[in-house]
Structure formats: structure tokens, C-alpha cells
Design a protein around this ligand. Structure first.
Ligand code: BTN
Length: 266
């Protein structure tokens, strides 16, 4: 059995994110108990972690699949005191935290961010995240960030594109080392704590946006964006502080708040 509470030994701020860890051996999705708890007033930084999700949720109503006991799957209740307009920066803070954690703690090289918040290694996905929010007027009441990091899955356990190319990777595949899940959770919580605390400050938000853009492998690429209103192709040229991506296409320049980006082959 995994000792998830031992993750706390790896927290840089023992009273910050990860100070309370709720373990669920199996759950449809960690987002469900985390959101229930947030509605009942769960504290900032409360983490819900599992070894097995039976109906893991991905972005845009997709499924998030994993092999029980191999990966990190958790949701964290966040209560930064921010205006709803600063939500994109909170999302960027999550993505930046995972990138820092993968590089500095897990020893993964070549980590990049794909807009809006996929974490890739050489075009293969290693982490995905979703963020469900509740507002109180113009202010954020709470956010529940759900993060899935592929840790100990082997190449054979990874999903493939139709043409057989693998579409995802893991810490094990990238480094050759098996990761200890509680250690990794603690280290990631520490990075989240540092980055999320920056979101409440103007200059902190500017730094996060800058780091996000520096790490974003979508910028400068030819992309197709798939949205509910149709598709648009062009070169990704900028990301705004409102979280939108600007794409220059043959018919002009357009900004998109949401959508799925497909990178053209390198
Ligand atoms: C995506 O890239 O599509 C987002 C994937 C998010 C997966 C995580 S795993 C923990 C949390 N619980 C869920 O059901 N989803 C998120």
C-alpha cells in the first residue's frame, strides 16, 4: 500500500498546499470529492489523491485513462484571493509548476508546455490538467485543479495515435527510473505552492506569464486550433494575460480563449 501521507515530508511549506492529504483507494474521479469538499469549505491546499480512477476526466469531456497504481492522479482545492479575470494566470501557474517539478525534481529533459496547459516531452504528453471553478461575484470562490502525471507506465502501456506512434510518455520512459509516488506528489505540491502564491500579486502574475510563454512550445509553430465554432490554422504568435492565444492565419489574426491546438509536424 502506498503511504501517501509521507508526501508531507517533501513539502517546502508544511502549512501550504499538501498540508492535508485525503487518500481514496478508488474513485470515479478525484475532481468529484474535491469539489464536494470545496463546496463545504475545505481549506486551500487540501489534496485528494487516488491510485485508481474509474471515470477519470480529461479536458473537453474526454476520458483520462491510467493504469492503477502507476501514475499521479490528484485534485487540489485552491483559494487564491483573486478576481475571476486572473484565472488564466492560475492555469499558467499550474502548468509552470508541473514543468519546474518535472525538470528539477524528476530529472525529465525537454519539457514544454502546449497551450493551454498540456505538458509535453518532445510532442508526447506527460501530464494533463483541468481546473473547475466557482465564483462569488467577480471574485474566485475556489478552484479545483485536477492533475494527472504519467509516472511509472512503460512504453507498452501508453496510448497510441492511429498510425501506431505513441502519443504519451512517462517519467519512467524519459528517465529510465521508477518514481516514488508520494515523494513526487510532495515535490509537485511544493512547486504548486510557490507558483500559486504568485498569482495574487501583479508582478508575480507577470513573471508567471513570462515563464509560461518561454516554456510554451506552441508559440512560433504552425498550428490548427479546433474550437466549438470551427477550425482555424496559422502561426501561433502570442499569448495574452487573459490567457488567449493569438494566431496569424491567411485571413488575418485571431485570438482564441479556448480550443484544442494541434501542432503541425516539426
Ligand atoms: C487533460 O489533459 O485532458 C486533463 C487530464 C486531467 C486528469 C486528472 S487526473 C486527476 C484529476 N481527476 C480527473 O478526473 N481528472 C484529473
Amino acid at each position: 500500500m502506498i503511504d501517501w501521507q509521507s508526501a508531507k515530508k517533501f513539502l517546502s511549506n508544511p502549512e501550504g498546499i499538501g498540508a492535508k492529504i485525503v487518500y481514496l483507494p478508488e474513485t470515479p474521479s478525484t475532481q468529484i470529492p474535491a469539489k464536494d469538499a470545496a463546496r463545504r469549505g475545505a481549506a486551500h491546499g487540501t489534496v485528494f489523491v487516488t491510485e485508481h480512477q474509474t471515470a477519470g476526466r480529461g479536458r473537453r469531456d474526454r476520458r483520462w485513462q491510467s493504469v492503477p497504481g502507476r501514475d499521479l492522479m490528484f485534485s487540489v482545492v485552491l483559494r487564491p484571493d483573486i478576481d475571476m479575470s486572473r484565472l488564466p494566470i492560475l492555469n499558467f501557474a499550474l502548468a509552470v509548476s508541473v514543468a519546474r517539478f518535472l525538470e528539477h525534481f524528476a530529472g525529465v529533459r525537454g519539457v514544454g508546455l502546449k497551450w493551454p496547459n498540456d505538458v509535453l516531452v518532445m510532442e508526447k504528453k506527460i501530464c494533463g490538467m483541468i481546473c473547475d471553478v466557482s465564483a462569488c461575484g467577480k471574485r474566485l470562490a475556489f478552484a479545483v485543479a485536477g492533475i494527472g502525471v504519467n509516472v511509472n507506465r512503460t512504453a507498452g502501456e501508453m496510448p497510441r495515435f492511429e498510425e501506431g506512434r505513441r502519443e504519451a510518455t512517462s517519467i519512467l520512459i524519459e528517465t529510465g527510473h521508477k518514481g516514488k509516488l508520494p515523494e513526487l506528489l510532495g515535490a509537485l505540491m511544493s512547486e504548486l505552492d510557490t507558483a500559486v502564491s504568485l498569482v495574487c500579486r501583479e508582478e508575480g502574475s507577470a513573471l508567471l506569464l513570462e515563464e509560461y510563454k518561454n516554456r510554451c512550445v506552441t508559440l512560433g509553430r504552425h498550428v490548427e486550433i479546433v474550437t466549438d465554432d470551427g477550425n482555424f490554422s496559422g502561426t501561433a504568435v502570442d499569448i495574452t494575460e487573459q490567457g488567449a492565444i493569438r494566431i496569424d492565419g491567411p485571413s488575418g489574426s485571431r485570438s482564441f480563449d479556448a480550443g484544442d491546438v494541434v501542432h503541425a509536424a516539426l
